[in-house]
Design a protein around this ligand. Structure first.
Ligand code: 5GP
Ligand code: MG
Length: 195
């Protein structure tokens, strides 16, 4: 069983195409950090933001960007997943909500990738409903779908074509979040490896 999983995970990468090198990934993280530092690093800035990482995809992005931020902040995580009928936008399910009050606070949401935007649209709305003063969305990557999304990111590290990517926190069937570069997996390989 273990071996089956191992082979299947490796097979997924066999025809994968690199869409961003590890170096380009780190440059994207740097750009996001620079923008956040510009916005919050001013000594006159009174906001003391609460940074929320969206688990699990944002775990690597979060871990890379946090040490590059140079202003006082608090950190927590939220866990949301989207599943169900994709055609109907999928249900966004909250597994972990913020444990402390967000009321009156400036929130920075860190996420891996803005795809259709359903997830972040709902995250933003919920945080505003809970009384957040302002919600700033910073994503590692934004997928170019060629159409308008229900939410925009305020800060984007990388713009990507509309392909299924893995690496830097993003998984394929649970695998390969650990890759330091970004890889696009072909639809055929995705289908062939389907659990
Ligand atoms: P949305 O609601 O924006 O369509 O979905 C966003 C979430 O779906 C992301 O936070 C991420 O977890 C997942 N996702 C979207 N596109 C990709 C992708 O290309 N690869 C992977 N691994 N996950 C993705
Ligand atoms: Mg996610």
């Amino acid at each position: 069983m273990q071996e089956f999983h191992h082979d299947r995970a490796r097979a997924l990468l066999e025809h994968a195409e690199q869409v961003a090198s590890a170096e380009q990934v780190q440059q994207a993280v740097r750009r996001v950090a620079d923008e956040l530092n510009q916005r919050f690093g001013n000594p006159d800035e009174q906001a003391f933001p609460l940074v929320l990482g969206v688990m699990g995809g944002a775990v690597v992005f979060t871990g890379n960007v946090l040490p590059q931020l140079d202003f006082p902040l608090e950190f927590d995580y939220i866990h949301v997943t989207r599943y169900g009928d994709e055609d109907q936008g999928g249900q966004v399910v909250w597994k972990v909500i913020p444990r402390q009050s967000v009321a009156g606070k400036t929130i920075i949401v860190l996420d891996d990738i803005l795809d259709e935007g359903e997830t972040l649209a709902q995250v933003k709305q919920r945080l505003l409903d809970m009384g957040a003063k302002e919600v700033i969305i910073a994503v590692f990557a934004d997928k170019d779908l060629g159409r308008k999304k229900p939410v925009q990111a305020d800060i984007v590290g990388l713009s990507l074509p509309n392909r299924f990517v893995v690496g830097f926190g993003m998984d394929v069937y649970g695998y390969w979040r650990n890759l330091p570069a970004l890889w696009a997996i072909s639809p055929e390989d995705l289908k062939a490896a389907q659990p």
